[in-house]
Design a protein around this ligand. Structure first.
Ligand code: ADP
Ligand code: MG
Length: 261
C-alpha cells in the first residue's frame, strides 16, 4: 500500500446535451485515489455518483479533463487497448448484479476471462477458486434465478475478480439487499480490501461508509462538495450523519415542532 496513485481525475467534466439544455452530470472534479484505499462516494440522487464511477471505470469518457489509470492518460489510449486495460485492471459490481441469466453461476464468472483470451481450463479452475472464496462453490451449476439476491451479488464479486483487477468499482452494491444480506456482501468487499485491493463504492448508507471506508467523497451537483478522511473511527462520520440528516430535512417540508418544544 502507501501512496501509489492508481486513479486520478483531473478537472473532469461530463456534460450531456439534451436539446436546448445541458445536464452537468460531472462538473469539474479532481480526485486522486491511492492503491489499497477503500473509498466511499456519497451524495443525493442525481449528484453524479454513477457517472463518476463510469468515468473512473472508463465505460464513459469525459467531455473535458483527464483521467489517469496508473498514471497513464486514458484519453490517449486506443479503444481496443482501453477495453483490454479496463478488463484487466478494473472489476465492476452493480446494484442489480448484472449477471447473465442464461449462463450458470460458474459460466458468469468465467466470462470476463474469455475476453482476455484465457484458455478454458484456466477459466474453469479460476472460476471455481473464486466461487470458493465467496463461499458459493456448491451453487456453481445454478442459474442466477435459482439463487438469492445476496448470493447473486457474491457471484458478481467473484466475476469482478476474474482477471485479478487492482481496483473494484461497486455502484450501490447493497442497494437491492436487506441489511443483513448487505452486511455479508460487505464482509467480502472488506476482505478484498484487507488483501490490498482498491475499493471504490457508491453507497447511500452512512453506516457502511463509516464501517469500511477510509475516505468519503461527497458529491453534489456534479462537484465534490467535500471529502472526509476517517481519522479515529466514528467521530468524523458522526458529523456527516448529522449533515445527511440536515440535508434530507431541507428537501422535505419544514420539520414539525416536537410536542412541548
Ligand atoms: P447518481 O448516480 O448520483 O444518482 P448519475 O450520475 O446517474 O447520478 O446522474 C447525474 C446526472 O446526470 C443526473 O441529473 C442524470 O439525470 C444525468 N444523466 C446521467 N446519465 C445521463 C445520460 N446518459 N443522458 C443525459 N443525462 C444523464
Ligand atoms: Mg447512481
Amino acid at each position: 500500500m502507501g501512496d501509489k496513485e492508481v486513479i486520478r481525475l483531473k478537472d473532469v467534466f461530463r456534460h450531456y446535451h439534451m436539446g436546448e439544455n445541458i445536464v452537468k452530470a460531472i462538473d469539474g472534479i479532481n480526485i486522486t485515489i491511492n492503491e489499497g484505499e477503500f473509498v466511499a462516494v456519497m451524495g443525493p440522487s442525481g449528484s453524479g455518483k454513477s457517472t463518476s464511477m463510469n468515468l473512473i471505470g472508463s465505460l464513459d469518457m469525459p467531455t473535458k479533463g483527464q483521467i489517469f489509470l496508473d498514471e497513464e492518460d486514458i484519453s490517449q489510449v486506443t479503444e481496443s487497448d482501453l477495453a483490454q486495460i479496463r478488463g484487466k485492471k478494473i472489476g465492476f459490481i452493480f446494484q442489480n448484479f448484472n449477471l447473465i441469466p442464461n449462463l450458470t453461476v460458474k459460466e458468469n464468472v468465467m466470462l470476463p476471462m474469455m475476453f482476455q483470451g484465457e484458455d478454458i481450463y484456466k477459466r474453469e479452475q479460476k472460476a471455481e477458486e473464486l466461487l470458493d472464496k465467496v463461499e458459493l462453490l456448491d451453487r456453481m451449476d445454478h442459474y442466477p434465478n435459482q439463487i438469492s439476491g445476496g448470493q447473486m451479488q457474491r457471484v458478481a464479486i467473484a466475476r469482478a475478480l476474474a482477471n485479478d483487477p487492482e481496483v473494484i468499482l461497486a455502484d450501490e452494491p447493497t442497494g437491492n439487499l436487506d441489511t443483513k444480506t448487505g452486511e455479508r456482501v460487505m464482509e467480502f468487499l472488506q476482505k478484498l480490501n484487507d488483501e490490498g485491493k482498491t475499493i471504490i463504492m457508491v453507497t447511500h448508507e452512512p453506516e457502511l461508509a463509516e464501517a469500511h471506508a477510509q475516505i468519503i467523497y461527497w458529491l453534489k451537483d456534479g462537484k465534490v462538495e467535500k471529502s472526509t478522511k476517517r481519522k479515529n473511527g466514528f467521530k468524523v462520520v458522526e458529523q456527516e450523519r448529522r449533515l445527511i440528516k440536515k440535508h434530507s430535512k431541507k428537501r422535505k417540508t419544514p420539520a414539525k415542532k416536537k410536542k412541548g418544544a
